[in-house]
Design a protein around this ligand. Structure first.
Ligand code: 13P
Length: 256
């Protein structure tokens, strides 16, 4: 059975004082969440890089893991403003988000660049959370599968199937991010199952064990129905991860 993962992507939100309050509420909220026997879900928080240290200190002693929101593929050098995989790992990160649609769209990140980041992360033992997803126009044009699989193949071609033994995929339809529009459980399941099938075609056991999480307006009210789908292994949560009760309740949905 695949372990669930509920990951928080804080994006560019929070200040040290509000971070402390949010984390206190999440930590105490999660302590009271009782998961039924056998149910397993990991929790991951990805704050802005400048607050990684603060969040790491706060999370000490909890089972919550720490992740970066971005990474540069180079090991070190003249890349003003960038952060390397080694630095993330050195700061206590276990994961890093790669290829988020905001990075693709707003910062012009290409499939090739994202693939390089994926390998750089793994070379420092970070688990990449690879985001893929189609825009509204691509969905309407009937090219959802082509878009998502194109993004997946770009990394598969570069890193190889074995690299996906230590990776997570996040399906995030761009039209559902921050819009309040969530993909229906069926719409999400259809793409998740396509991604799993595609990976299974290259290696059945990797396809079976890889976690594919969903992102796009996940909240307490819709988490349980999404998690009930056979190929949805968790969530990458933006806005609702900034509200402790919402986030705790999404984590608790694994118990449902
Ligand atoms: P929202 O949950 O705010 O829609 O954001 C999803 C997302 O982009 C997570 O990476």
């Amino acid at each position: 059975m695949r372990k669930g993962l509920v990951a928080a992507n804080w994006k560019m939100n929070g200040l040290s004082q509000s971070n402390d309050a949010l984390l206190d509420a999440i930590i105490s909220g999660l302590k009271v969440v009782e998961l039924p026997e056998g149910a397993q879900a990991e929790t991951l928080i990805c704050p802005p890089a400048i607050y990684l240290q603060q969040v790491r200190e706060k999370l000490e002693g909890s089972w919550i893991q720490l992740g970066g929101q971005n990474v540069h593929p180079a090991k070190s050098g003249a890349f003003t403003g960038e952060i390397s995989a080694g630095m993330l790992s050195d700061t206590g990160c276990t994961h890093v988000i790669i290829g988020h649609s905001e990075r693709r769209e707003l910062f012009g990140e290409t499939d090739r660049f994202i693939a390089e980041k994926f390998s750089a992360a793994q070379s420092c033992n970070l688990i990449p959370v690879l985001c893929v997803g189609e825009t509204q126009a691509q969905r309407e044009a009937g090219s959802t599968a082509e878009t998502v699989l194109g993004q997946l193949y770009a990394v598969l071609g570069h890193a190889g199937i074995d690299a996906f033994k230590q990776a997570i995929i996040a399906y995030e339809p761009v039209w559902a991010i921050g819009t309040g529009l969530t993909a229906s459980p069926d719409q999400a399941q259809e793409v998740h199952s396509l991604i799993r099938k595609t990976i299974s075609e290259q290696d059945e056991s990797v396809g079976e064990q890889i976690r594919i999480i969903y992102g796009g307006s996940v909240k307490a009210a819709n988490a349980a129905t999404l998690f009930a789908q056979p190929d949805i292994d968790g969530a990458l949560v933006g806005g609702a991860s900034l509200v402790a009760e919402e986030f705790v309740s999404i984590c608790a949905s694994f118990a449902g």
